[in-house]
Design a protein around this ligand. Structure first.
Ligand code: ADP
Length: 965
């Protein structure tokens, strides 16, 4: 407000109340300004202090409201004064000779004088106090806004806007560095002036060694202050006339230079310049400037700490992301769980394998992915393992997303705290399907996995810490947004975590068997390189980290460069590499997104897959052999589900591979032979191999073919049969050939029968006629001829029987008879013709059976014959029988040469004869036992032999007692 001359003056005598003299006496010497106003609110009396405040004006008779402006909200105090009410410490502003000033006014009403009260005003100049208060509220405002700013440029801009133009015309902030002052901020309202000032600073950098402002401030640590800068002063300090001209352009009217303190150290200088004529800094301004500078120092330091910690957090996040990428990039399925065994984490492999996405969903469904046959074991084993807290491994089948079960080796390792309590479980599941199915050696893999698991456990502490950190980081980041600066201690912690995170990254990298993990930055420089391969080859990561591949091996870089470029463009891919030493590597390239989710680095993981490659090669070779084989090669599960089917099998049976895989093998087994499968499996379980087992199989079109089978079990490490491999050879051609041979033998035998019958008749007649003849030779000759003829007839009959069997035309003629009687008769007959061996029949009673008498007789004859043939002279031969509820068991026991175990099954095969010196001298065709076996089989009985080589053999056969079977 400005003071105008009053248009009307009131005489002092017009005023009632205490006279001026009294007032002068009372207030004339007061150090406080005192004014008395009359009923018209005009100044009636002013003491000397009050008068001097408005030195340039005469104030007596002036309306008091023209002198002071009420600054209270709604001008309450002015209202009170107008109503002649008392006020206490109301704040008023006034324009006085020395500019704008602030006053605190208290009004006391004097009612004694009657009529309207006389008001005495006690006025205190509170300008200095007010300014201070203003500056400090200003400082507060600055501090509050600075605290919110988390980056340096932002903080400085804020500071500058608070200062210019309200407090100063020019404002600069310099940071003290080793090489001098670094200008952080230069502010003026006019951008053109700013540009000019930058040029000035470039031309005349502040001299820190001289005796001028900045140097002195830095030396003393105290603010420098020139309230009124005169041209003379400038001339004295600036000697260069050109610079002098420039300095004058700045408009230096008043200057404050303050040191900027942080942590008891000067970190820079802050410069305030006023170019406004009459705006001169005073002591309060200096105090404010110093406080303000300190605040800037703090803000800068905070901003720096914030930036640093933000960087660290970003770095660490990056490291966590890398860890994530790493756990996802390893080929093993990895999971962790709490002490109760409940999963807390699955790596990406699990989701890919099961096709189940979402952590919770997978955790709920994981049990279902276990093969039903493996569940009972897992249901018992896992809880036991969890309870005992011991490491464990288990082989189990896990269902892939497409429903196929694959064998996995699952391992679980506990991590315990100092009290020995399990705090975490780390589990891995490794696909061992190929190894398992091909019965390959797993030991190496196991060892590696054990090592890997142990490593995992070893670094578990970090992992746990890591989990906590991840949570902590989130909290931190959240609170960081609200709260003020991060303290140094927190920063240290962050660094600590970063180190841990990096350590964890390295130990995971190291724990991946046969691998090399590299991180490159966007310039292809090696940021991190770690892996057991590196150690094995004797390389040191320090020779690589921070270096550029081009500096290490330009040739190699030439080949890799394209791949680096691809991955840094954001493409994830894998390549196969062959090292000069012959190892195979599978190299995964994984782009790593940085802060703004642009790819700024890449993870390269190389796995030495030489072993896998070799076994792949082996498998491939094997597969090639299998595919090119003329024999059908088929593998199947113990339950008979076909798991592989080669080209020959396709040709032989007419079913394609896709038709058969997953189908049951019974598709090619004729219905009447379905019981073969369980029998073979039982034999294999006993550890026997089944070789050259001749049987019939059925093609897709229903045609029966003869095959010779060789069946081998596929076993796991524990010796459990997990599959069967079957080689089938088509022997139809051989069979046909045999058939022709049989037909021929049958035909010849048949043709021989007629002449033999006539010969038999002739010899009988001749023998009868010779009966009376004296010639002993002739009689003897007839006898011999009869015997030879009998043998010959038996032989021809035998052959005829074989061919009848083969042709399926041999008929069984059932009749009821007493087997005991038959045995007795046969033994008697044998005794008559055999003088070389004692033959005994041990038995009495009757055994009625229903069978073909002739054929059963021939079986017994045959066994007795063999007993004689295959034992030396004088050895006993015992025939006996035993009756059980359902059947009769007949045995023929000799004390002869015996039969080796390897021959014992085969002697019942057609034309099979044991090849040893003794048997070779004995005549025979190897059809007797074959025919016997066929006859017994047709009677639903069983036949077998037990023998001890050198000691003798016993042949047994059974026949059912119940008739008509
Ligand atoms: P073969 O006409 O050769 O005797 P078999 O079918 O009757 O024909 O017998 C088959 C083979 O079994 C014989 O060649 C012989 O090696 C063996 N064999 C049969 N019975 C006996 C026995 N009691 N003791 C030892 N070996 C025997």
């Amino acid at each position: 407000m400005t003071i105008n001359k009053p248009n009307s003056k009131i005489k002092r005598s017009d005023t009632k109340g205490k006279p001026v003299g009294w007032l002068e006496k009372a207030y004339g010497g007061s150090p406080v300004a005192v004014m008395v106003i009359d009923a018209g609110h005009r100044v009636y009396y002013a003491n000397p202090v009050a008068l001097s405040t408005f030195a340039e004006h005469e104030i007596i008779g002036w309306p008091v409201f023209d002198l002071y402006e009420d600054t209270s909200p709604g001008k309450i105090n002015e209202g009170k004064l107008a109503r002649f009410e008392e006020i206490a410490d109301g704040e008023f502003k006034a324009k006085t000779g020395s500019g704008e000033r602030w006053f605190s006014i208290s009004a006391v009403a004097d009612h004694e004088s009657g009529g309207l009260p006389q008001i005495t005003l006690f006025i205190r100049d509170i300008t200095a106090f007010k300014k201070k208060e203003n500056l400090f509220s200003y400082l507060n405002e600055a501090a509050a806004s600075l605290a919110k700013t988390r980056d340096t440029p932002g903080a400085l801009e804020l500071v500058a806007r608070l200062v210019v133009p309200r407090f100063a015309t020019w404002f600069t902030i310099d940071r003290l560095t080793e090489s001098g002052l670094e200008l952080l901020m230069l502010k003026h309202e006019d951008p053109a002036r700013i540009a000019w000032a930058y040029q000035y600073r470039k031309k005349y950098p502040p001299d820190l060694n001289g005796n001028s402002g900045p140097a002195v401030v830095l030396k003393t640590g105290k603010p420098g202050f020139v309230s009124v800068v005169t041209e003379e002063m400038i001339n004295a300090v600036v000697t260069d006339p050109a610079q002098r001209r420039d300095v004058l352009k700045i408009g230096l009217h008043s200057v404050i230079i303050t040191p900027m303190w942080a942590d008891e150290k000067i970190i820079g200088l802050v410069n305030f310049i006023s170019s406004v004529p009459g705006r001169h800094f005073d002591a309060e301004d200096v105090a404010f400037a110093q406080n303000f500078a300190n605040l800037i120092g703090l803000a800068l330091e905070n901003a720096r700490l914030n930036e640093e910690s933000a960087n660290e957090i970003a770095l660490r996040k990056n490291s966590e992301e890398k860890l994530q990428f790493l756990t996802d990039a390893i080929p093993h399925k990895l999971w962790t769980s709490g002490p109760d065994g409940r999963a807390t984490y699955y790596n990406q492999r699990w989701y890919e394998y099961t096709g189940v996405y979402g952590f919770e969903t997978l955790r709920d469904k994981i049990w279902d992915s276990l093969h039903p046959d493996d569940r009972s074991l897992a249901a018992v084993e896992w809880p036991e393992v969890i309870k005992l807290g011991n490491p464990a491994e288990i082989e189990q089948r896990l269902m892939r997303h497409d429903g196929v079960y694959r064998w996995h080796l699952s391992r679980i390792m506990p991590h315990k705290n100092n009290d020995g309590d399990v705090t975490l479980w780390i589990g891995t599941s490794t696909d061992i399907h190929e190894q398992k199915v091909f019965g390959m050696e797993l030991a190496a893999v196991n060892e590696e996995l054990t090592a890997a698991n142990e490593e995992f456990v070893a670094m578990n502490e970090e992992l746990v810490a890591m989990n906590e950190e991840v949570a902590a980081t989130n909290e931190e980041l959240a609170s960081a947004n609200q709260e003020q600066a991060i303290t140094n201690a927190e920063l240290m912690e962050t660094r600590d975590r970063l180190r841990k995170s990096e350590k964890l990254f390295r130990s995971i990298a190291l724990s991946i068997p046969k691998s090399l993990v590299t991180v490159i930055d966007k310039d292809h420089r090696y940021v991190m390189i770690e892996g057991d391969i590196m150690e094995k080859m004797g390389y040191d990561r320090r020779d690589y980290e921070g270096k550029h591949p081009a500096d290490i091996s330009p040739e190699q870089y030439q080949t890799d460069r394209g791949l680096y470029e691809r991955v840094l463009k954001g493409e994830a891919f894998s390549v196969e590499r062959r090292a000069p030493a012959g190892e195979y590597y599978l190299v995964h390239f994984v782009p790593l997104p940085g802060d703004r989710s642009e790819v700024d680095s890449a993870l390269i993981i190389a796995f030495d897959v030489s072993d896998i490659k070799q076994s792949e090669e082996k498998i491939a070779k094997l597969a090639a052999i299998v595919e090119s084989s003329e024999d059908a090669i088929v593998s199947k599960t113990p339950e008979g589900v076909v798991t592989s089917w080669n080209a020959a099998a396709e040709r032989m049976f007419g079913f394609t591979e896709s038709e058969m895989i997953g189908q049951t093998i019974y598709a090619i087994i004729p219905p009447d032979r379905h019981d073969e499968e369980p029998r073979i499996l039982a034999r294999l379980r006993r550890g026997e191999h089944v070789e050259h087992f001749e049987t019939k199989r059925m093609t897709k079109s229903g045609q029966l073919i003869d095959v010779s089978l060789t069946i081998s079990p596929i076993m796991d490490k524990q010796g459990n049969i997990i599959g069967l491999s079957k080689i089938a050879r088509d022997i139809s051609a051989k069979k046909q050939e045999e058939q022709r041979k049989n037909d021929f033998i049958g035909m010849v035998s048949h043709e021989l029968k007629t002449p033999l019958t006539s010969l038999n008749g002739i010899i009988q007649i001749a023998a009868a006629k010779l009966n009376k003849n004296e010639d002993a030779f002739l009689a003897e000759a007839m006898d011999r001829a009869k015997r030879q003829l009998k043998r010959m007839t038996a032989m021809v009959n035998g052959f005829l029987d074989v061919s009848r069997f083969e042709a399926g035309t041999m008929s069984i003629t059932y009749q009821e008879f007493d087997l005991a009687e038959l045995l007795n008769e046969i033994v008697g007959e044998t005794k008559m013709v055999t003088s070389t061996h004692p033959v005994n029949f041990l038995g009495s009673g009757r055994v009625h059976i229903y069978a073909d008498l002739d054929k059963i007789s021939s079986v017994v004859f045959n066994l007795l014959n063999n007993a004689v043939k295959y034992s030396t002279k004088g050895k006993n031969i015992d025939v006996a029988y035993q009756v059980t509820k359902k059947e009769v068991l007949v045995s023929v026991k000799d004390e002869g040469i015996g039969i080796e175990a390897r021959d014992i099954e085969k002697i019942f095969e057609r034309y099979y004869r044991v090849d040893d010196p003794y048997s070779r001298r004995v005549s025979g065709f190897g059809i007797g036992l074959y025919l016997s076996a066929e006859i017994i089989r047709r009677h639903n009985g069983k036949i077998w032999a037990e023998s001890e080589p050198g000691k003798g053999s016993t042949f047994y056969f059974t026949l059912p007692l119940i008739k008509g079977i």
